[in-house]
Structure formats: C-alpha cells, structure tokens
Design a protein around this ligand. Structure first.
Ligand code: GDP
Length: 431
C-alpha cells in the first residue's frame, strides 16, 4: 500500500512532522522530487533536525529511506546530512539511491547564482541550490544519471561535451571562469565513490516490496502552489510537487497510491516571491512569524523569514483538489491560540467580482482577499489528544475551513512533536 504525504500550499506545511509520525507504521519512505533547496523540520526523541535531502523516515530502524529518480541529488549534501544525523546518535539509517536519479553538478549551483545576479531585481527568488539549472539540463538531456558515474568511457566523453556547451554560456553570457573537463571528471569520480554504497534499482525494489505488502510513504517537498504546471508560475519550483508525480519520481504504478494525506497549515506562510493574496504585513505579521511553527517561521534551509498570511480557503481548497486529497492533516493550529479573532480568506475579489476558484497567475496578481473573521479560542491546545476536548471555537475554526475547502480534515496537529496529533472522523471522509 502506498501513501503520499504532500503539501496543499506553498510548502512548510509540516510535511516532515507528519511523515516522521506516519513512518512509525511504514516500511519504506521515499523522496520523489525536488532537491536540497527546501527543508523539513523534525522534532523527536533524538532532538530537532532540519532535513534537506534525506526522507523523514531516517529516524526509525525499521524504515528503508529512498531517494527516488525524480529527486535532484546533491551527493556531497546527502553524505554530509547522513553524517549530521549519525553524529547526533541517530543509528545509521538504511538508505537507497535510485540508479536513475540525476546529479546536481557544481556548475548547476553556479549557474543558479549567476542567473539570479544577471536578473537582478527581476529574479525568481531562487534558493541558489542549482535546482532550476539541474532540471533544465535533465529535460535538455544533458544531465548525469547516477548509473553513468560507473561508465568511465561515457563519463569522460560526456564531461567534455557538456563543458563545451556550458563554457560558451559562462564566457559570453555571465563573463565568469570556464569549467575544466579534467577537474569536473575528478569531482565526478569523488561523487561515484561517495554514492556507490547506496545505489539501487529502486523501481524493481519497490515492485518486490509491494508484492510483500509493505507500506510505502511518498514524501513530497513544497506544495501544490509551487508546482510548475498547477502553481503560481513562474514563481514555482522546477519539479512537480503533486502526489501524482510520486508514481513517476519513485517508479511505482499510479494506482498503488491509495491514500493522499495533504498537509495544510492553519494559517499561511510562503518563501520567495509571487502572489500571496492573504498576506499580512507589519506588526500583525511579525507576531504570527515569531509565534509560528516551532520557534518562528524562518526557512529550514535558508533561514529566510517567511512571508505570513491568514488561512486561504481558495488556495488551500485548490491545493487539496490538485493533490487529490483523501485526508487533510491540518497543522500548527496551536499557534493561533493568542488571537481574539482569526481572519480567514474565503474568496478573492478580482476586477469587482468574487471568485472561489483559484485563478491563473495574471489574475491572481489582481486578487484582493475577502476575509471573514472567526472568534479565537484564547488558550493553549497543546497536549490535547481528543477532538472533543478542543475548545468549541477551535473546533468551529476547523469545521468552517473543512467545509470551505471541501476535503476531510482527519488529523489535527497541535504541536511539533510526533505525538502531538488528534485523529478525527470527518463527515466528508470517503469522498
Ligand atoms: P515541511 O517542509 O512541510 O516539513 O515544513 P517545515 O519543517 O519547513 O515547517 C514546519 C514547521 O512547523 C517546523 O518547524 C515543524 O517543527 C513545525 N510544526 C509542524 N507541525 C506543527 C504543529 O502542529 N505545531 C507547531 N507549533 N509546530 C509544528
């Protein structure tokens, strides 16, 4: 049985926490897209960790952690990350890396930086981890697959060929130092030696795992609104953030994905540029940022302050729809306990018209939020285990949002830890 854990919003919804929690009952956890450009924060009995590449199941002995073919694999970062957790007494996890996974090259990171510099104020707000140049090369068919590291003849020929192309751009567009093929080849030899112990034919491994009735989790990065097709293009990421892509980025039959847990945060936050209709500013935003997440809303990878906003029913309903949510995990609800009233964005006003279907980017830029205020509950809800014990106004907030987004909220997360979770029966389940 395959279950996906994906984001409904702009990322940072708390997918890492939900995956870490659900991995208790799983055999395999797979990352299927994205790279080391975003992070998941996980709090468990080993401490607090920011993972960038490793799947969030690495803290369990019984879990096999897999980097799927859809990931942008930065080999030195993966190796460092493994060391960073084992140095903190986490037992060495069982890790497999797809032989079809492609490699983030040192020049991808440089091109990302150079392009942002060149674009100046018109930049895409990239995290400069090389992700966009990486995926461009993958689809231009000049990327390097892990399997190719083990074919010396091919590697040498391809390194020279790729350097020829890259050097034209480096010299004439960016006016930067060129790449030496021999040096690049040496780097790739180092990468080969680092990754060799983990390389695996992942789709064959998963085929067998499914025959043995193993439970497999697909762990998404970012969220629907950063998807290159269905998100706020062009302020999106370069690989699909949707559960459907899990089948491709891991190498699984799509019909095996039976549960799609779509993680949705109880308020909004976003990093990077792009339209954000329910965004708030000033002291109001600063307070939510300070109190938000677990120790403030700052990027797990970049440390950048996140942009803050109220819950957006239009964006989140759309986010759940494109994911095909079977369950919504509603997270970070405990943070809102300080507010007397909680505004919720229930529609967008565009050119004098109110819409509830999430529009394309050009229209989104013009949208103004239609806000409705719900009464706050003014107390701490951490530690509560049963839905009925939540304050009435808190339940009303959840149920109001569930109705507006139209997808069943079956889990409510009221703290960053593994056990801070309330399961709930929703009348919308089975949809
Ligand atoms: P991800 O990329 O979707 O995993 O999200 P991040 O890790 O970037 O951000 C989520 C943040 O919220 C992390 O700091 C988590 O520890 C924290 N978090 C997750 N769930 C909860 C929750 O229910 N309550 C609180 N207070 N923090 C949470």
């Amino acid at each position: 049985m395959v279950k996906a854990i994906v984001g409904a919003n702009w990322g940072d919804e708390g997918k890492g926490k939900i995956t870490d929690m659900m991995a208790g009952e799983a055999d395999i956890v797979i990352r299927f897209q994205g790279g080391a450009n975003a992070g998941h924060t996980i709090v468990n009995h080993y401490g607090k960790f920011a993972l960038h590449t490793l799947p969030s199941g690495v803290f369990y002995d019984h879990v096999t952690s897999i980097i799927g073919n859809g990931v942008a694999l930065n080999i030195p970062i993966l190796i460092e990350e493994i060391k960073s957790i084992t140095d903190r007494n986490v037992p060495m996890p069982k890790i497999l890396v797809s032989d079809r996974c492609q490699i983030v090259m040192p020049y991808h990171i440089l091109f990302d930086q150079y392009e942002e510099e060149r674009l100046g104020g018109k930049s895409f707000g990239s995290t400069k981890s090389g992700i966009a140049p990486f995926y461009s090369d993958k689809y231009a068919k000049i990327g390097f697959q892990v399997s190719e590291l083990f074919d010396e003849e091919l590697l040498k020929e391809k390194t020279e060929r790729v350097c020829d192309t890259k050097n034209v751009i480096l010299e004439h567009l960016y006016h930067k130092p060129v790449i030496q093929p021999a040096e690049l080849l040496r780097t790739l030899h180092r990468y080969r030696d680092m990754i060799e112990p983990y390389v695996c034919d992942v789709s064959a491994y998963l085929y067998r795992a499914l025959k043995e009735n193993k439970t497999i989790l697909l762990e998404g990065q970012l969220g629907t609104l950063k998807d290159p097709d269905h998100g706020i293009y062009p302020m999106v990421t370069s690989s699909s953030t949707l559960a459907a892509y899990g089948a491709i980025g891991a190498g699984l039959p799509p019909y095996e994905i039976r549960q799609i847990v779509t993680v949705c945060k109880a308020y909004s936050s976003a990093v990077g540029a792009g339209a954000f209709v329910s965004e708030i500013f000033g002291e109001e935003a600063e307070e939510l940022r300070r109190r938000g997440g677990d120790g403030g809303e700052y990027g797990a990878t970049t440390g950048r302050p996140r942009r803050m906003g109220w819950f957006d029913c239009v964006a989140s309903g759309y986010g759940c729809r494109l994911q095909g949510a079977t369950d919504v995990a509603f997270t970070v609800l405990d943070v809102l306990g300080y507010l007397d009233e909680i505004p919720v964005c229930v529609g967008y006003e565009i050119d004098g018209e109110i819409v509830t279907d999430f529009p394309v980017t050009a229209k989104l830029e013009k949208a103004k939020p239609v806000l409705e205020k719900l009464p706050g509950w003014k107390c701490e809800i951490r530690g509560i285990k049963n839905y009925d014990e939540l304050p009435e106004n808190c339940r009303n907030y959840i149920e109001f949002i569930e109705k507006r987004i139209g997808y069943p909220i079956t889990m409510v997360s009221n703290g960053p830890g593994r056990d801070d979770i309330i399961y709930r029966k929703s009348s919308l389940s089975g949809k």
